[in-house]
Design a protein around this ligand. Structure first.
Ligand code: MG
Length: 340
């Protein structure tokens, strides 16, 4: 049996534009793996923050095509174990391959991934919808567009954070979560946590820079709110360092390398008493639907990446004001609606 990893040039140039006229653009790589007449689709939405770009992902996947030609996705555990060694530096490329292999396997056996994993789609938690960091006026404008969303994630990281959240609090009864994206000092995190708790915030994501793990010990003890690692929690090997510093972790498929390492992080985190979120980048329905397929295993979801785009070329899970409906189709359950 021969596998062939088919990565088409045209599909490496998808660009997804954030909605509402924002100037921000994310580029993501779609990879297809074809074997025995079945095609599996995967995606990488690389971030320069983690040293990856669409170009480095494509280069890594092209480099993998040789050894992939003698592997079979039927034995996906072995294939992905080898891929993890060979693509180790490019977690985004590993994610694209991992998702394609899981999608292929599900299609081959005719079952959705969540069913293969024994998961009840009714247990997928609500997802947040993100209000990006901006002027207070623009953030108020954005939150007014989603008046009936029950969970809102607010990006913070400026001196006026508490004032901004207070302004947003007047607009909605939604539960809030905030993401400081590494921007605070320990003292700032502790002080702001008290005021944010009073404003209905449930937890704080990544208050300090990712390398400030020692300083997180004080924040962990003194914060009025749980703290959740995002930039400090990239791959399974990071998880054992986090108890006593964070209450939970944010897993993103493109950070860790796909479904296989994400499942390892989930089981490790549960063993260590950490709570778990699955998050996303700005990406298509391929990647967010893959995250939702394992969503029933975690406590919190932040899977609005495709809902924030205006040109998603795939159809997958439905994001209905934060309620996620998984597709019934085999594998990841995604289908291409157009090729841009
Ligand atoms: Mg984050």
């Amino acid at each position: 049996m021969k596998a062939s990893c088919r990565i088409e040039e045209l599909r490496l140039r998808h660009t997804f534009t954030i909605s509402r006229g924002s100037e921000d653009v994310a580029r993501t790589v779609i990879a297809e793996l074809e074997h025995e007449g079945t095609v599996g689709t995967g995606e990488a939405s690389p971030s320069t923050f983690y040293g990856e770009t669409p170009e480095t992902v494509v280069e890594a996947l092209r480099g993998a095509a040789g050894w992939l030609s003698s592997a079979t996705p039927l034995h996906h555990e072995h294939l992905l174990a080898e891929a993890s060694e060979r693509l180790g530096k490019s977690r985004a490329a590993l994610c694209a391959l991992d998702l394609a292999v899981h999608d292929w396997f599900g299609r081959k056996v005719g079952q959705p991934l969540h069913r293969l994993l024994g998961l009840d789609p009714a247990r997928v938690p609500l997802s947040t919808f993100t209000i990006g960091i901006d002027t207070p006026e623009k953030m108020v404008e954005k939150i007014r567009e989603v008046p009936d969303f029950p969970l809102i994630k607010i990006k913070v990281g400026r001196p006026n954070d508490v004032d901004v959240v207070r302004m947003l609090r007047k607009e909605t009864r939604a539960a809030f979560r905030v993401d400081a994206n590494c921007a605070w000092t320990p003292a700032e995190a502790i002080e702001k946590s008290r005021e944010l708790k009073a404003l209905g915030v449930e937890f704080i994501e990544q208050p300090l820079p990712r390398e400030s793990l020692d300083a997180m010990e004080e924040v962990f003890v003194r914060s009025a709110l749980p703290v959740v690692a995002d930039e400090s929690s990239i791959v399974p090997e990071d998880v054992p360092r986090l108890p006593g510093k964070f209450h939970g972790i944010n897993i993103k498929l493109v950070k860790c390398g796909g479904i296989r390492p994400a499942l390892r992080m989930i089981h490790l985190a549960r063993t260590l008493g950490l709570r778990i979120m699955i998050g996303c980048m700005i990406e298509s329905s391929v990647c967010v639907t893959a995250g939702a397929q394992i969503g029933a295993l975690v406590d919190w979801l932040d899977l609005d990446g495709a809902a924030l785009t205006v040109n998603d070329p795939y159809r997958g899970m439905v994001f209905d004001r934060g309620r996620l409906r998984l597709p019934d189709g085999p594998g990841l359950g995604v289908s291409r609606v157009r090729l841009t």
